[in-house]
Structure formats: C-alpha cells, structure tokens
Design a protein around this ligand. Structure first.
Ligand SMILES: Cc1ncc(COP(=O)(O)O)c(C=O)c1O
Length: 378
C-alpha cells in the first residue's frame, strides 16, 4: 500500500469534527463551510477571488465558458494547450466548441514558450498552462507572451496547491487559476476544486453559473431564518458548485499543506541524491524561481515499461503522467505534432511521493530503480 504512487493522508479526527459542525447545523451544501474555505484559501494563497467548486475540471470549463461569453469568442477559436496532461485540460476546450491547438513541452514538462509562440494565430484566444507536478516551468515567458498577444492565461493549477513562484503562492498572476482538491492531490478532499479569477466581475459570474445560472444562491436566500424563494435566472449555468462537507475536509487539510509539501520536497531531494549517479535516469528539473508543491517526482528512463514491470515484481507501483494526448483518438488530428511530448510520453515515470512513505521506503524504491536500470540497460 505504502509504495503506491499516491496514498492520501487525512487528519481524520479533526475532519470529522468539522463535518459534525455541518451536520449539527443542518447545512451540508453550498454556503457556510464553502465560504469559510474560500476565505481561508484567499488568505493562504493571496489570490483576490476564490470560488469553491466540485472539481478542477468544472473550474477549467467554467473559465472558458465565461471568457467566451464575456469576450464574444466564436466557435472554433483556438486555445493553445499541452499534449502532456490529464485529459480534463483539453476536454474542457471541446465542451465550449473551441479548438485545442497543441504546442510542445520543454524540459520541465510544461508548455515551451518557443513552441507556443509558433502556434499563435489570428484565432488564438488563450493559453492553457499546466504546472506539471507543481512545477512552474518557464512561466514568466508564458505570461509575457500572453500579455504581448492579448491572450487570456488560464493556469491549470491542479498540481499546484502550495507551489510558490518568485517567493509567492502561484495563481494571482494568471487571468484565472484553477486548483484541484481531488482525492489524491496535495490538498485532498473527496472531489473539489477552486476557481480563482483575477477580475471580480468574472468571479461573480462564476458564482452564478456554477449554480445553474440562478441569481442568488440558497445560502444567501436563507438569510436570518426567512427563506426567500424568488430568484431570476439570467443565464444557463451548470451544477458545478462545491459543498460544505468537502469544504470541511479542505479546511483541515489546508492547515497541513505547507508542512506536507515540505516533506514531499524532502523526499524528492532524497530521490535526487540517490539517483544522481545513475546515468540511465534523467530527473525532471524544477524551475529556478519555483518552490514546487511536489505533487509528482518525475524521471525519464529508456525501456520504461520493462522498468515498471520490474517495480511491480517488487511490489512497488509507480505511475505515468502522462500519455501524449494526441495519441488518443479524440485528439489524433494533432498526432506526432509535438516531438518532445511524444518522446517523453514513452519515457516518463512517476515515483511514489506521499506522506505515508518513510525515508526507508524512498531508499528502497531508489535501490530497486538502480537495479532495474542496470539489469535492463539497452
Ligand atoms: C493536470 C490536471 N488537470 C486537471 C485535473 C482534473 O482535476 P479534477 O479531478 O479536480 O477535476 C487533473 C486531475 O488529475 C490534473 O492532473
């Protein structure tokens, strides 16, 4: 169990107390703890606006839906995105009948600014940037490119809870950043996420659209005991808002996030030290101006699939993040267009980094990897 790639750690007793508050109050839905969690997240991360949702996927979709509506983007307008990601990042572009245009990734596994630049056309409206594993990559260059070309910057910060960039929590520099608190993320709940717009106008719209387009949410309408049933519906929205039970879990987990990420960084440091003399292993670097949340510890190896089998035989279960999305049928129109993503997709391996691992576990995993590369050398 401990050597699975992800094993979340929950502060069970504290969480149960927070959830009990919800049950005693008779409020498990939108409002109450969701508002408290939004405020705590703003305080922690420094983002100006934060709206709690039922997932990061919902948030990425909402971001595109709102930008498209407010800025009158057209169907088939283009969003530059990465082929190396969980498929949510790209599916949401299709939800809005926009076109994913794939640019290649760099040595950090994040979008390569040079490749992005080449993909900008008259129809480009935004860049969807994924902070892979918590890494910021060449973020400043992407920000500059977006500014110069009047493009919205959407940060898929699914892996970035706790990532610091240039000394500050990441997120407020993008037009919108969307965090994931899915079950195995650095700040795990069950399923939930946070959408953080820079502009308040978009945040207000997000609140309405995440609750089916209804102008006033139930918590607002409940008021001081007098339930006001009347509301308007100015837009077609979605059922995307978060609930108080997930927020209750998030509130507790947030208190431990920095300490947890510190431990993750220690584990990553230990791996790097133990693997540094292995010429068959290329460690993915963290950008200089980044303190990564270290959601993932990723390496590149030849004969990756044989190495995975070697791990399995030793009851260690690493992961792969990710397969080049252009190899999926849905995105095959762009197959082979991103050289690095294609190659990395065959060589990437994610070693377990989570809070149930001890230093002995890390030493064992590194030892097994060193044995595997020696034995399976091409
Ligand atoms: C890069 C990336 N983007 C988006 C998501 C979607 O997050 P959620 O499960 O909260 O919708 C994930 C989840 O694994 C992810 O890794």
């Amino acid at each position: 169990m401990a050597t699975n790639v992800f094993v979340p750690k929950f502060h069970t007793e504290e969480i149960l107390k927070e959830i009990r508050d919800c049950l005693d109050k008779g409020w498990t839905g939108l409002g109450y703890k969701t508002l408290e969690f939004e405020n705590k997240w703003k305080e922690y991360s420094g983002v100006r606006n934060a709206h709690f949702l039922n997932s990061n996927t919902a948030g990425l979709h909402l971001a595109l839906n709102i930008f498209k509506k407010v800025n009158s983007w057209k169907d088939e307008d283009e969003i530059i995105t990465t082929p190396l990601t969980f498929v949510s990042t790209n599916h949401v572009i299709l939800y809005e009948r926009l076109k994913p245009v794939f640019a290649d990734v760099d040595e950090y596994l994040c979008l390569d600014p040079e490749s992005v630049k080449k993909k900008i056309s008259k129809k480009t409206r935004a860049v969807m940037y994924v902070g892979m594993g918590g890494n910021t990559g060449q973020y400043q260059k992407i920000i500059d490119l977006c500014k110069e070309n009047n493009l919205k910057l959407i940060l898929d910060a699914a892996h970035m809870s706790g990532t610091k960039w240039k000394g500050k929590h990441v997120g407020s520099e993008a037009d919108v950043s969307v965090f994931s608190y899915q079950a195995v993320k650095n700040l795990p709940t069950g399923d939930s996420g946070m959408i953080c717009f820079r502009e308040e106008e978009y945040d207000s719209l997000a609140r309405q659209l995440s609750w089916l387009g209804i102008s006033k949410d139930t918590y607002q309408r409940f008021g001081k005991g007098s339930y006001k049933w009347k509301y308007d519906i100015p837009n077609v929205g979605f059922k995307y808002h978060g609930n108080s039970v997930m927020a209750a879990i998030g509130l507790v987990q947030l208190k431990y996030l920095d300490e947890d990420n510190r431990k993750r960084n220690e584990m990553a440091g230990l791996y790097s030290q133990l693997l540094k003399d292995n010429t068959k292993v290329k460690i993915i670097p963290v950008a200089k101006d980044c303190y990564s949340a270290r959601h993932l510890y990723q390496i590149l190896v030849d004969n990756r699939d044989d190495i995975i089998q070697f791990f399995y035989d030793n009851e260690i279960y690493p992961g792969v993040h990710y397969m080049d999305n252009t190899e999926y049928s849905m995105y095959s129109y762009a197959k082979d267009s991103c050289k690095n993503a294609k190659l990395y997709s065959q060589e990437l391996l994610t070693l377990p980094v989570h809070l149930n691992l001890t230093s002995e576990d890390i030493i064992l995993i590194a030892k097994v990897l060193n044995e595997a590369t020696e034995k399976l050398a091409k």
